[in-house]
Design a protein around this ligand. Sequence first.
Ligand SMILES: NC(=O)c1ccc[n+]([C@@H]2O[C@H](COP(=O)([O-])OP(=O)(O)OC[C@H]3O[C@@H](n4cnc5c(N)ncnc54)[C@H](OP(=O)(O)O)[C@@H]3O)[C@@H](O)[C@H]2O)c1
Length: 419
Amino acid sequence: MKQNVINARVTFRNSPIHILEKFTIRDVEGAYSQFKNHSGLDECVIIQTCNRIELFGKAKNYDLEKIKKTWASIAGLDQEIFDENLEVEENGNAFQHLLKLTSGLDSMVVGEEQILGQIKNSITTARTKKASGQHLNTLFDKAIRIGTRIRNSSGISQGGISVGSMAVKLAEENIDELKTKKILLIGTGEVSTLVAKSLQRRGYSFDVTSRTLERSKAFCETMGGNPVRFEEVLSGFENYDILFVATTAPYFLVTYDRITDAVGKRNKGMMILDLSNPRTVDEKVATLGGIKLMNLDQIAEMVEKNMKARLNKVKTVENIINEEVSVIEASMKRLDAEPLVKDVFKNIDSLRQKELKKALSMLDETDEKKIKIIEDLTKAVVESIVSTPMNNVRKASEQGKPDMLDIASKLFDYKKEQE
Ligand SMILES: NC(=O)c1ccc[n+]([C@@H]2O[C@H](COP(=O)([O-])OP(=O)(O)OC[C@H]3O[C@@H](n4cnc5c(N)ncnc54)[C@H](OP(=O)(O)O)[C@@H]3O)[C@@H](O)[C@H]2O)c1
């Protein structure tokens, strides 16, 4: 009867960006139906960000090989690559990991805010696709609430360190007199917003481009920067000294040919920071003379150096998480009893209704007020008889005593296959 929750993940902690991007699930909707039909999991949630691709699943008995096989086929990868990169945890450890995610402890930039929004979106999508159910919905709702509380009480998210600000800092460290340089930001999404905010705060002027000029204009109105046409930019990289690239384009926007062309037209170096995953800058451009390319891996190193203040709070957050894990564990164990409890209440209530109907027809009672009194009486009797044993079953389940569940199942003739 006990249900198990599994977390299988590939993240920046174990895998460099060029490996991580191979695991990207491009069609999340399709992936949900594949996992549902072939992995043996009866609930699942996919979390996918630039730093991680994670699966949370629930099943009575899960089969890891089946899960890997399904994921490998979705991502079009050989199964062996999973063994080198995949981390797997279950139940308490999986809950602990989810709390680390929601509180920002497992992020590249510890305490960053975006992961919380990304997790909220993941569970919303899973709910919409009916891929998650009672167990994972409860788990995620609790983890989101606890993560938010931890952030507020510990101050781990304070201090304004972001992927964007670190990228700008990297540019400052590598380029002399950045204020005199021509800067271009490609993308108008969340990460671009962080880059733009940081550039703006430090007083740099910059151009912004996106596939539509309207989008760039709207972005610049709130974030600063000068909107420029996408097509002009793509054929005119020679006009820039620094490129920040943060898009979700599924192909290289900054190609080897375009940068070769730009290098030919200018006699100065150029720095390119690719914040995208999958990358949108062809790594080959780094082989061109004068081109300095940096990607998320380098930004991660930078982040580690700058995290001192937040890292001092990590121990406190870890302690809170460890306490909260046992609370979540109890709630999840309690859920194990719910199918039985629901079934018992349903069966007893249908018996109650049947007997009530019989009694009312024998009484030939038509007075609505009296009928209501008799009906309430039957409900109260049922409730007072069944509630205590059912609450005890729930409590036993919460305390990790599955024997009680088995006995109750036998007593109430509960069919486990219904779960
Ligand atoms: N969010 C994070 O925490 C985080 C952190 C580090 C790195 N990253 C990575 O940074 C990248 C951007 O993430 P984000 O969160 O900013 O995404 P986002 O908010 O969804 O924005 C995506 C941006 O990509 C542009 N785009 C999409 N397809 C394009 C195409 N074919 N050609 C040109 N532009 C295209 C969009 O432009 P339109 O307006 O024209 O659609 C939009 O500006 C991703 O690769 C992500 O993995 C994200």
